[in-house]
Design a protein around this ligand. Structure first.
Ligand SMILES: C[S@@+](CC[C@H](N)C(=O)[O-])C[C@H]1O[C@@H](n2cnc3c(N)ncnc32)[C@H](O)[C@@H]1O
Length: 528
């Protein structure tokens, strides 16, 4: 019986690793023309030296997020280890030699074969013979054969086709100090090979995820490198409400009751005098008669409901401008007025023209790598008319306190931000800062999470409400604010500034994030 447990296959053609059992991926290599990744297993006690073992991509197919994290951190890893390995070498002398140099374990001998000169570039060549870490029977090593070691500090076994690891108590199992992993030799081997199969698998998984998103297709294009957007992301169609967030009871979501039933596309809520949903919509002052003008003046001075007065209808109807039916009319397009749509409780039926954003995306979108230090961006595969609806911003709705916690937990000021404050009604409804909810689109959301900022944008964000009584939860919808040609990047102004608004210079430029939108009138700073 070998002291290191050989994984029994139990007749399973592929054994996989469960993501919740893994701490991280710490290195990679190519062996027998197969990409392998060094898994650091999760342990209950942080003081233990956790088991480490090499696995191929099939075994890691349920942990691709972790492989992606590792690939994303590769440059930093090389940089860090390059520096520390040089410092280590400089400090080496017989008196100061560390534990590994004085008492080499079988694993040390194995690692301390001559390594290749570290290079700062990863070369695309894949050659197992060039690796300094050479091993034979993967996952079938015995302690009596140090050359064949692939598992350190622990033993592996399988259960129900899943590989799992245990910390080793047997003295025959090679021990490796986890704080020294990846070793210099592991690192040198990793530098020599691109993790290209992992990148292909990550992309395939991302594409499968995209294909499952309902509605118009979303594409992924990257002409710059082999990376894909983060797999730590779930596409959702509706908000996910987190702890402490409450949406108004659906019972308060009044529908319009005076509009003609099931009038829908032919005639209906665009007769705005009757539509209860449009109660808070902008009054169409041009069509008021003398009595209505007087009434409106009174309401403005003393307050009261504007039901019965004609309102500005948000969307072009088919009769008016055929080619722009459904597009936002100029009044709303050029103002910051919220848009109130009809809802499921309305009498007007499912085809009402005042239902638009709630049906979701109607155009095919493309996520693409910008190649201009702005990460990924979004564009549309077809021409868009001025005022055309594109998509909504989705994500988790969290409290203001949780948003602050999430923001502060990241020390990296240059990290992309996906937080969007639902503060449209904060002033009018006297909401305290802590009562304002925030949408976080980082881990769940839609393709609009990839929309970048421009100081001269072609899209704009609008507040769309289906429940006029809920001032804390509403939709953020993006519309084209001018004609946009297919393939042009879709952008909006993160600060929603007017052209005449003053540009603030940051107090601390080191803390501010520079804007790279490239617009002629760029304000220079994304966030100050
Ligand atoms: C909502 S994300 C947009 C998608 C992002 N580019 C990505 O790859 O996931 C916002 C982040 O994108 C980057 N970004 C967007 N517009 C930018 C601009 N004009 N200049 C510099 N960075 C920008 C910033 O890192 C910002 O925090």
């Amino acid at each position: 019986m070998p002291s290191m447990v050989v994984i029994p296959s139990n007749g399973q053609p592929t054994r996989r690793i469960r993501i919740d059992r893994v701490d991280s991926i710490v290195c990679h290599r190519v062996k027998n023309q197969e990409e392998q990744y060094l898994v650091r297993w999760e342990t209950t006690s942080r003081s233990q030296n956790p088991p480490l073992s090499w696995h191929n991509l099939k075994e890691l197919s349920r942990c691709l997020e972790l492989v992606q994290d590792y690939i994303d951190a590769l440059d930093k890893l090389f940089e860090k280890n390059y520096i520390s390995s040089h410092l280590l070498k400089k400090r080496k002398s017989p008196d100061t030699a560390d534990e590994h140099e004085r008492r080499p374990s079988p694993i040390d001998r194995h690692f301390h074969q001559p390594s290749r000169t570290p290079s700062t570039e990863r070369s695309p060549s894949v050659s197992s013979s060039s690796l300094s870490v050479t091993t034979h029977n993967r996952l079938a090593a015995t302690a009596s054969s140090p050359e064949a070691v692939d598992i350190y500090n622990g033993v592996l076994d399988t259960e129900d086709g899943f590989i799992f690891a245990r910390c080793a108590s047997s003295p025959g199992i090679p021990q490796i100090d986890v704080s020294k992993v990846p070793t210099i030799d592991m690192l040198a081997a990793a530098r020599g090979v691109m993790p290209k199969n992992a990148e292909l698998m990550i992309r395939a998984q991302y594409l499968r995820q995209l294909a499952r998103v309902p509605g118009k297709k979303i594409h992924l294009i990257n002409t710059h490198d082999a990376s894909s957007p983060s797999l730590r992301f779930r596409y959702i169609n509706d908000y996910v409400l987190r702890e402490g967030v409450y949406k108004a009871d659906p019972a308060t979501q009044m529908g319009c009751q005076q509009c003609s039933p099931r009038m829908g596309r032919d005639i209906g809520c665009e007769y705005t005098k009757k539509c209860d949903c449009l109660e808070y919509a902008a009054v169409n002052e041009n069509s008021l008669d003398e009595n209505q003008k007087m009434l409106y003046e009174k309401i403005r001075a003393e307050g009261g409901s504007t039901i019965g007065l004609p309102k500005k209808f948000p969307y072009f109807t088919e009769g008016s401008k055929m080619q722009r039916a459904g597009c936002l009319v100029p009044f709303y397009l050029n103002s910051r007025r919220p848009i109130y749509e009809c809802n499921d409780n309305c009498r007007c039926g499912p085809n009402c023209r005042n239902k638009n954003v709630q049906f979701g995306r109607t155009v095919e979108l493309e996520i693409f790598k910008t190649g201009t230090h702005r990460g990924w961006g979004l564009r549309c595969r077809e021409n868009l008319a001025e005022g055309q609806f594109i998509d909504t911003y989705r994500g988790e709705i969290i409290t203001d306190m949780e948003a602050t916690r999430r923001e502060e937990s990241s020390n990296d000021k240059s990290k992309a931000s996906y937080l969007y404050s639902l503060d449209k009604f904060a002033e009018s409804e006297n909401l305290a800062q802590e009562d304002i909810y925030v949408v976080d689109g980082e881990f769940m959301g839609g393709p609009t999470k990839f929309m970048n900022h421009s100081c001269e944008p072609n899209c704009r964000q609008y507040t769309v409400s289906y429940n006029k009584h809920d001032c804390r939860v509403y939709d953020i919808a993006f519309f084209a604010c001018r004609e946009i040609r297919a393939g042009e990047e879709l952008t909006f102004d993160y600060l929603d500034k007017e052209e005449e608004d003053e540009i603030e210079e940051p107090e601390d430029k080191a803390e501010a994030v520079p804007c790279l939108c490239g617009a002629e009138k760029c304000r220079k700073w994304l966030w100050t």
